[in-house]
Write a protein that binds this ligand. Structure first.
Ligand SMILES: Nc1ncnc2c1ncn2[C@@H]1O[C@H](COP(=O)(O)OP(=O)(O)OP(=O)(O)O)[C@@H](O)[C@H]1O
Length: 316
């Protein structure tokens, strides 16, 4: 393993129920390289194999084919040692609702053998990171979903892991909590933690991912930084806004034979990559000027990237 990578997958397949009628290939030829201190984002729709990948990193599953190394170890063989260095925040937070936030952390810290001398100090520290100091003595059953997620993140930090595995960290939380969680993830990366997170939110991958791997039906379909991925498809668009849909339709009928254009209500979207003469188009549009509101240019987003690689929308 090259030293700079804290997690490396080489051609990993994961087949559930191998050699039975229920055989199912959940992951196929997955290559992953994650650098220390990076925020790595695994982006894919439901059932694409994200949780399976997380379970391979923490050694809960063993690959059917291929090799996995985590901090230089094989996670399924050296699970105990690996788990001392990585922490998982699963989709189900599994907190004790009848205990307070602080009691939950205390219980976990003792269970995972955090040095008794430092437990109290460490709990204060992690409560501070997730900004739950004020609610530490309230029962977790009274917490919102977002606060429970933050507490689960605090719990994962108690053991001072080198790598944090976050399985859909903001699934179903409100916007305010989501922003707080994003901020906390950035802070953790800024102090050198490697953060590996799964998501099926484009926005999350775009906001956080320094490196994004897109998977679909267990297969890697694209990888890179959000900007690299967007540059790869390079689809810039000119969006022309008309005062009324009928004018957009009229212009569409006029120009569709010459340009790569899509009709969307009172807008026309023109692919500017295929446009070798923007000036000519603008001239053509000038006769409709009184029916046009404005023209804008748009860059592709990860939604377009996903569509490009898989031929479908992320939420199909
Ligand atoms: N233990 C198992 N036995 C058989 N099939 C499984 C098992 N665990 C997962 N699968 C299947 O493997 C595929 C990938 O599941 P996984 O949970 O990794 O997807 P995911 O991307 O995390 O989805 P979600 O966003 O819904 O959590 C799914 O089709 C799932 O039904």
């Amino acid at each position: 393993m090259e030293k700079e990578f804290v997690v490396e997958f080489k051609k990993v397949d994961l087949i559930f129920n191998k050699n039975s009628k229920k055989e199912f290939k959940a992951l196929e030829a997955l290559d992953i390289k994650i650098k220390s201190g990076q925020i790595f984002c695994l982006l894919g729709p439901n059932g694409s194999g994200k949780t399976t990948t997380i379970n391979l990193i923490n050694g809960l599953l063993e690959p059917t084919n291929g090799d996995i190394t985590v901090l230089g170890m094989k996670p399924s063989k050296s699970r105990k040692t690996v788990l001392q260095k990585i922490s998982l925040v699963p989709q189900e937070t599994a907190l004790y609702n009848d205990l307070t936030a602080r009691e939950n952390l205390l219980f976990h810290a003792r269970y995972y053998g955090v040095n008794r001398k430092y437990i109290s100090e460490r709990i204060d520290e992690v409560l501070g990171i997730v900004q739950l100091e004020n609610r530490q003595n309230d029962r977790v059953g009274t917490f919102s979903g977002g606060m429970q997620r933050r507490l689960a993140l605090a719990r994962a930090l108690l053991t001072e892991p080198e790598i944090l595995l976050l399985d859909e960290p903001t699934l179903g939380v409100d916007v305010q909590s989501r922003n707080a969680i994003w901020e906390q993830i950035r802070t953790l990366a800024s102090v050198g933690k490697t953060v590996i997170l799964t998501t099926n939110y484009m926005e999350e991958a775009e906001e956080l991912g320094e490196q994004v791997l897109i998977i679909d039906k267990g297969k890697p379909v694209g990888s890179g930084s959000p900007n690299e991925l967007k540059r790869h498809i390079g689809q810039k668009q000119m969006i022309i806004h008309f005062t009324e849909t009928r004018y957009a339709k009229q212009v569409y009928d006029d120009i569709a034979k010459d340009y790569d254009v899509t009709f969307k209500g009172n807008q026309l979207h023109v692919n500017t990559n295929a446009l070798n003469n923007q000036f000519q188009l603008l001239q053509q549009l000038s006769k409709y000027e009184e029916h046009m509101n404005h023209i804008e240019y748009s860059e592709p987003n990860l939604q377009d990237v996903f569509l490009h690689f898989t031929g479908k929308e992320l939420r199909d």
